[in-house]
Design a protein around this ligand. Sequence first.
Ligand code: DGL
Length: 263
Amino acid sequence: MNNHPIGLFDSGIGGTSIWKEVIKVLPNENTIYLADGKNAPYGEKTSEEIIALSIKNTEFLIAKGCKIIIVACNTATTNAIDYLRATYPIPFIGIEPAIKPAALYSKTGAIGILATKGTLSSKLFEKTANEYTKNITKIEQDGEGLVPLIEGGKLNSPETQQLLTKYLKPMLNFNIDHLVLGCTHYPYLIPQIQQILGTQVKIIDSGEAVAKQTKAVLEKNNLLATIIPNKVKHTLYINSSKAVLENIVKNVSVHKDIIEQNF
Ligand code: DGL
C-alpha cells in the first residue's frame, strides 16, 4: 500500500495550489489529482449535491488505488468530509478556512474571510468560526463569480479585478489585518488581492499546512512511500478542457501526465 498514490480532488484547477505544496513536502509520493471542472463551481450547489459529487470523486480515486485522499476544496471539506470519513476505510485530509491563526495573530481584532457560499453556509464553518472568533470582528465575503473566472483562465482580466475590488475594498473600512483565503482557487489571485489590500494585510492560505498534515498522517499510519524521486508518477485528470490545467501547472518541474477524460 505504501507506494500507492495520494489522491486529491477539487471542483477544478484550484486544488492544484494544494497539490503543489504536497509534492514539495512529499517528493517521494505518487499523486493522482482529479479536477471536476465540469461541475464547477461547487460553491453555488446545495450540501446534498456537494456530498454526491464528493462521493463520485472519492470512488474514482479509490478505484485508482489511492491510499489517502486530500479533499483539496474547502467547499467539499466543509460539506462532505464527515460523510466521507464515516463511509470509506482510508484516511481523509480536509481543508478549511484558516480562521484560527488569523484570529490568534490579529492585532486590530478584525479579520476578513473570502470563501464560497457553500463554505460560509456550512455547519462546519459555523462551528469553527464560533470557536475562534469570539472577540474578533470577522467580515465574511462570498467570492461568487471568482471560481468560474479562474476556471476560464481569466486570472488577470478586468472582470476578476472588478469583482475582487468590490469584495475586498469594503473590508479595509473595518481595519482588517488578516485575510483568510477560504477557497483553494484563490491563492492564484494573491498578487491582485495584495494590490487591493496593501501589504499591511496578511493573506493566509493553508496549502503548506495541509501538506504537512498529510505527511504527519502518512507517518502515523506507516504509509509513507519508498519511491525514488525520479520514478515518482503524477497524473492529473480533468473532465473539462485540459488547457487551463496545463497552464496552471506548467511551471511545476516534475514529470506529469494530464488527461482529459469524462467522469
Ligand atoms: N476550490 C473550491 C474551494 O476550495 C472551489 C469551490 C467551487 O467550486 O465553488 O472551495
